[in-house]
Design a protein around this ligand. Structure first.
Ligand SMILES: C[S@@+](CC[C@H](N)C(=O)[O-])C[C@H]1O[C@@H](n2cnc3c(N)ncnc32)[C@H](O)[C@@H]1O
Length: 229
């Protein structure tokens, strides 16, 4: 315990990059599948919440290298549209229908999408309101939005979102801890239908190297919202 505390006290904190700068460094090493234990826990939660994607119009929002769009493609979606605001992430994305766009101004008509999948992205934004409003706007009535984020508990307890760049340097990425109530309040015309919070140690896979975090700490929060009529 004391060792963990001292290690934390003296460890040099990595430089924090904006999301745009971070993904410029990270894109080359960011495969379009769950490539660490946290992402595996997140993806399992998203799968539990996932409605049928077959024959649906699916928006992979903040798609990165296309993890959720590829899942939608594999499940027989009618159309998969992918947007991200990072040019290098899009370049590494193999989905055919992709474009540069921000979650805060989605370039799609109202009520044009059946399912929005937005993995691990909204935590990069200080405010949720405009993105949640846009998600609600583009969804058809009765449509679904699955949104995942790092659990606010781990950030409020001092964890940071880090990655190793191709040059071997470790960086942190800009991240804001959003509470359940923040998502709930920002949900415009959407109702929270289900929430899953996988915990540290729950399935014996999610571990931090040196965290001091307790067994049972939730690490991910995944929401399913439904567009109200
Ligand atoms: C952790 S990655 C997740 C990528 C992908 N959704 C996945 O789950 O594999 C976060 C992604 O969000 C994107 N992003 C961050 N802020 C964004 C914004 N305001 N608009 C669009 N994309 C954004 C980043 O460029 C990055 O590709």
């Amino acid at each position: 315990m004391i060792f963990t505390y001292l290690k934390r006290l003296f460890s040099s904190s990595p430089q924090t990059l904006s999301s745009l700068d971070a993904y410029e460094h990270w894109a080359a090493n960011y495969p379009p599948h769950a490539h660490n234990a946290l992402m595996q826990a997140e993806e399992a939660a998203m799968h539990k919440l996932m409605p049928t994607l077959k024959d649906q119009v699916v928006l992979d929002l903040a798609c990165g290298t296309g993890r959720y769009g590829l899942i939608a493609q594999g499940q027989g979606a009618k159309q998969v549209i992918a947007f991200d605001n990072s040019p290098p992430m899009l370049k590494a994305n193999a989905l055919p229908e992709k474009a540069l766009a921000t979650t805060e101004a989605i370039p799609l008509p109202d009520a044009s999408v059946d399912v929005v999948l937005c993995g691990l992205a909204l935590g990069h934004l200080p405010q949720l309101e405009s993105s949640m409003r846009e998600i609600g706007r583009v969804l058809k009535s009765g449509g679904w939005a699955l949104i995942s984020d790092f659990h606010p508990f781990i950030f409020l307890n001092g964890q940071r979102r880090t990655f190793t760049a191709p040059d071997g340097k470790v960086y942190a990425v800009e991240h804001y801890a959003h509470l359940y109530s923040d998502y709930h309040q920002a949900a415009d015309g959407l109702r929270v239908d289900a929430v899953i919070e996988p915990r540290l140690g729950q399935d014996k896979t999610v571990r931090f190297a040196d965290d001091g975090a307790r067994e049972g700490t939730p690490v991910i929060i995944a929401y399913r919202f439904q567009k109200l009529p």
